[in-house]
Design a protein around this ligand. Structure first.
Ligand code: ADP
Length: 490
C-alpha cells in the first residue's frame, strides 16, 4: 500500500537546492560588486573632479590676478601662458563677440560658441568651474586695457573618464568572476548539503518501501543533516520493531488460536465417536472444550482491549475511587489459589488511599500484574501485594520470588507480544498481551510504572498513583462506610 502510495503520488515540483544555492550566491556576490562598483565610480569621479577643479581654481586666480596687476613690464600673453603651461591648461581670452584676444596667432581667431557658453555659465556668478564635453573648464571675466573679456581655461578630462571607465570594466569582470565563483561555491556547498539530503531521502523512500535494513546514521559534515539522519534512524528502528512485533503477534496469535481450536475439534470428535456414552469421560472432554473456549475468549478479549486502549490517546473517563478497596477486591479474586494450589498471597495495604483514574482500566492493570506474579513466582508460591502512601501519591507493588527478568529484557518486556516460556505452568490464563495492556493503560492514565527485578530472586512490578485533586461526594460516603480495613496477611 505504502509502495503504491509513493508510486501513485505525483512528484511535487520545487526548485532544486543546488539551483537555489547558486542563484543566492550569484545574487549576493553581484549585489556586493554592484554596490562596490557604483560607490567606487562615484567616489573616484568626485575625487578626480575636485582635484582638477582645485587646480583650475588656483591657476584661474593666478591668471586673473596677473591680468589685473599687469604693469606692462613684460608681455601679458607671455605671463599668462606661462601660468597656463605650468598647470598644463589651455587658455583663451575672448572678447564679447567671441574674437580671440589670446591666443592671438591661431588659425581660427574667433570662438563665439565659447563666449556664448561663458555668458550663460557666468550669469549671476563671479567665476565658474564646469565640465564640458571632454574638458573641465574655468570661466571668468577680466578687464584688459579697460575692455571687458572672457577668460576660459580648460584641462582635458578624458583621462578621468577613462579611469572611471576602466574601473567599470574591472567591476564587470569581477562580477563575472563572482558568478563563476558562486557556481563553484554553490557546487561545493551542494556536495556538503544537497548530496547527503538526497542520499537520506533515497533511504527514507527505501524505508517506506519496507526495507528496514538500511542504516541512516552516518557522519555528515552538516549538524542538521546528522540530526535528520539520527531522527530517521530512530524512526527506522521503531518501525522495524513495530513491524517485527506485528509479525510475531500474527504468528503467535494464530498459533494461540490454532491450538485451542484443534483441541476443541479433537475433543468434540472424541465425544461424538468415543466418549459419548461414557458420562464421566464425556464430562471430562466437555470440560476441556469449555477450558479451551475460555482461553480463546481471553485471547480475543485481550486483543480487543489492546486495540481499544491503543486508540485511547487520553483517558476518556475517570473518577476518584478508593484504591485500597480496589486492591483488596482484586487480590481476593486470587484467594481460590490459596486453597487449591497452596499459594501465599500477602497483602500489605494502607487504608483509604484514593486516586483519580479510570477505575475499570486500573482494575485491569492490577489484575494483570498480580496474575503475572502468581504465574511466575518461585517454588514457595509467595506473592506480596503492597499499597502505601508516598510523597504526592501512592505506590502499588506486587512482588514475586520467581526467576526474575534478565536486565536486557526489562525494557522490552512491556512491548512483547509473545509469551516467553510457553512451557511454564500457569495457574492464571494469560494471552501474552498482559504487560502490553498494562503499559498502554498506564501511559494513557499518566501513571509512572516500572520493574525492579533480580535474576534468581524475583521481580517487583510497581505503579505510582497521584492524589486526586478533589474527592467526589460518593467516594467520601464510600470512605466512611468502609472502616474495617486493617493490615491483613494470609
Ligand atoms: P503472559 O504472562 O501472558 O505471557 P505478559 O504480557 O503478561 O504475558 O508477560 C509477558 C512476558 O513477561 C511473560 O511471558 C514473561 O516472560 C514475562 N513476565 C511477566 N511477568 C513476570 C514476572 N512477574 N516474573 C517474570 N517474568 C514475567
Amino acid at each position: 500500500m505504502l509502495k503504491n502510495g509513493i508510486k501513485n503520488k505525483k512528484m511535487r515540483t520545487g526548485r532544486s537546492l543546488n539551483l537555489i544555492l547558486w542563484f543566492t550566491f550569484s545574487v549576493f556576490a553581484l549585489s556586493i560588486i554592484l554596490i562596490y562598483g557604483v560607490v567606487q565610480n562615484i567616489l573616484v569621479h568626485k575625487r578626480y573632479y575636485n582635484q582638477i577643479a582645485e587646480n583650475l581654481n588656483v591657476a584661474g586666480n593666478e591668471i586673473v590676478n596677473t591680468i589685473a596687476n599687469h604693469d606692462g613690464s613684460a608681455p601679458l600673453s607671455k605671463q599668462i601662458y606661462g601660468i597656463a603651461n605650468k598647470h598644463g591648461l589651455q587658455l583663451y581670452v575672448l572678447s564679447e563677440d567671441g574674437a580671440s584676444k589670446f591666443p592671438d596667432h591661431t588659425e581660427q581667431d574667433a570662438y563665439p560658441e565659447k563666449t556664448e557658453l561663458l555668458k550663460k555659465k557666468l550669469e549671476g556668478c563671479e567665476y565658474k568651474i564646469f565640465s564640458e564635453k571632454s574638458v573641465i573648464a574655468y570661466g571668468d571675466t577680466v578687464m584688459i586695457e579697460g575692455e571687458p573679456y572672457y577668460l576660459y581655461i580648460s584641462t582635458p578630462a578624458d583621462w578621468m573618464n577613462d579611469s572611471v571607465g576602466n574601473l567599470r570594466l574591472v567591476s564587470i569582470l569581477t562580477g563575472l568572476i563572482a558568478v563563476v565563483l558562486a557556481f563553484v561555491a554553490s557546487g561545493f556547498v551542494a556536495v556538503l548539503i544537497t548530496k547527503p539530503v538526497s542520499e537520506v531521502t533515497e533511504r527514507a523512500k527505501e524505508l517506506a518501501r519496507g526495507n528496514y535494513s538500511l542504516r541512516f546514521r552516518q557522519d555528515y559534515y552538516c549538524a542538521e543533516i546528522c540530526e535528520l539522519s539520527d531522527a530517521l534512524e530512530y524512526a527506522r528502528t521503531e518501525i522495524s520493531k513495530a513491524d517485527q512485533m506485528q509479525k510475531e503477534l500474527i504468528a503467535n496469535v494464530s498459533h494461540d488460536f490454532k491450538t485451542p481450536l484443534t483441541m476443541i475439534k479433537a475433543y468434540a470428535s472424541m465425544i461424538r465417536e468415543i466418549s459419548g456414552e461414557d458420562r464421566q469421560k464425556r464430562d471430562a472432554h466437555a470440560q476441556i472444550i469449555i477450558d479451551e473456549s475460555d482461553r480463546l475468549a481471553t485471547l480475543v478479549g485481550d486483543l480487543l482491549d489492546l486495540s481499544k486502549i491503543r486508540a485511547e490517546l487520553t483517558p476518556d473517563t475517570g473518577s476518584v475511587f478508593n484504591l485500597s478497596d480496589e486492591v483488596y477486591r482484586i487480590a481476593s479474586r486470587f484467594d481460590y489459589l490459596k486453597e487449591t494450589n497452596g499459594y501465599h498471597i500477602e497483602t500489605e495495604v494502607e487504608d483509604d488511599i484514593y486516586t483519580f483514574a479510570s477505575r475499570e482500566r486500573i482494575e485491569q492493570v492490577l489484575y494483570n500484574l498480580i496474575g503475572n506474579a502468581v504465574n511466575y513466582t518461585g517454588e514457595d508460591k509467595l506473592v506480596r501485594i503492597r499499597l502505601f502512601n508516598i510523597q504526592n501519591g501512592s505506590r502499588f507493588e506486587v512482588i514475586d520470588t520467581g526467576k526474575g527478568i534478565p536486565p536486557d529484557e526489562i525494557d522490552s518486556i512491556w512491548d512483547r507480544y509473545y509469551r516467553s516460556g510457553k512451557s511454564h505452568q500457569r495457574p492464571v490464563q494469560g494471552s501474552g498481551l498482559g504487560l502490553s495492556i498494562v503499559k498502554n493503560i498506564l501511559t494513557v492514565q499518566g501513571c509512572p510504572f516500572g520493574i525492579e527485578s533480580e535474576e534468581g530472586k524475583g521481580s517487583c512490578f510497581w505503579v505510582e498513583f497521584s492524589v486526586p485533586e478533589q474527592t467526589e461526594e460518593s467516594d467520601h460516603q464510600e470512605k466512611t462506610e468502609k472502616k474495617k480495613k486493617t493490615k491483613h496477611k494470609s
